[in-house]
Design a protein around this ligand. Structure first.
Ligand SMILES: Nc1nc2c(ncn2[C@@H]2O[C@H](COP(=O)(O)OP(=O)(O)OP(=O)(O)O)[C@@H](O)[C@H]2O)c(=O)[nH]1
Ligand SMILES: [Mg+2]
Length: 253
């Protein structure tokens, strides 16, 4: 593999109160911070433009909101074009404990082919509906990858080897992206390293904002698991005669 060069990818959709603190903490840790603005309204857009003007981040605007997954995919393509071998993905809502970022990066440096996943530890601020949703996803992930491989597939704090992430070619553009890319990378043979990390939910007056739509996003996530399970069952039944895994970018498998 080429030299270890790491950037951060921060997808953001309307995080005007928290994006600066996230970027400022990332600047000393990575070579470049890529902020992917996913069609934010004016306050969020102004906040990221200020970061670009100060040279703290490279900001890419998606003019239309496309979903978290679409934003991260944009970031992965830009990271690859810029020659980064690895990308640290971080949400823009200050939920992640960036004091743990050096641990994730160290794990990636030691095992460059690995997918390094934050394994969240929630405090009392976590809404119970989100805990339940994550337990359901964890059940499906175990069916798809086996137990003990992926600690938590939903956590948006992780390090990708960029090329392997692009080759995994997940279809999901919304909140289904995080679990789907993790499963597909495991199927492609990437080792997984799970690193415990605290996650907190900020109050609204601190800038805490979630765009997670309990109904819409859980429907997308369920459809994604159905697709993956169908593919897994087909691979199990007919693996010898159909290619069980997507091996290249979409359209090239
Ligand atoms: N929900 C959502 N988030 C987006 C979108 N585009 C980019 N993002 C960013 O993706 C990250 C995660 O979004 P959140 O809404 O916090 O989703 P989450 O962390 O899974 O959900 P919570 O656990 O409720 O916080 C944030 O940095 C968002 O700004 C989008 O279209 N929808
Ligand atoms: Mg969040």
């Amino acid at each position: 593999m080429s030299a270890f060069r790491v950037c951060a990818i921060v997808p953001t959709y309307d995080n005007p109160l928290t994006i600066r603190a996230v970027v400022e903490q990332l600047v000393p840790l990575v070579e470049q911070v890529l902020v992917i603005d996913d069609g934010s309204a004016e306050p969020g857009r102004a906040a990221v433009d200020a970061l670009a003007a100060e040279g703290l981040a490279c900001v890419i605007h998606r003019e239309q909101n496309g979903g978290k997954g679409a934003a991260v995919k944009t970031g992965l393509v830009v990271a690859d074009e810029a020659g980064f071998s690895h990308a640290l993905q971080v949400d823009a809502d200050l939920q992640h404990d960036l004091a743990d970022a050096p641990k994730l990066l160290e794990a990636a440096r030691n095992q460059p082919t690995a997918l390094v996943l934050g394994d969240p530890r929630y405090d009392d601020s976590a809404p119970s509906a989100r805990r339940v949703g994550r337990r359901i996803t964890t059940f499906w992930i175990r069916m798809e990858t086996g137990a003990g491989v992926i600690g938590d597939a939903m956590c948006g704090f992780r390090v990708y080897p960029v090329r392997a992430a692009l080759r995994a070619a997940p279809r999901g553009d919304a909140m289904d992206f995080d679990p789907e890319i993790a499963v597909r990378m495991v199927w492609s043979g990437a080792p997984v390293i799970n690193i415990p990390t605290n996650v907190r939910y900020l109050a609204a007056d601190e800038g805490g904002v979630s765009h997670f739509h309990a109904f819409r996003d859980n429907v997308w996530i369920s459809l994604m698991h159905s697709r993956l399970m169908f593919r897994k069952v087909m691979a199990f039944l007919f693996g010898a005669i159909i290619p069980p895994l997507r091996l290249g970018p979409r359209g090239q498998s």
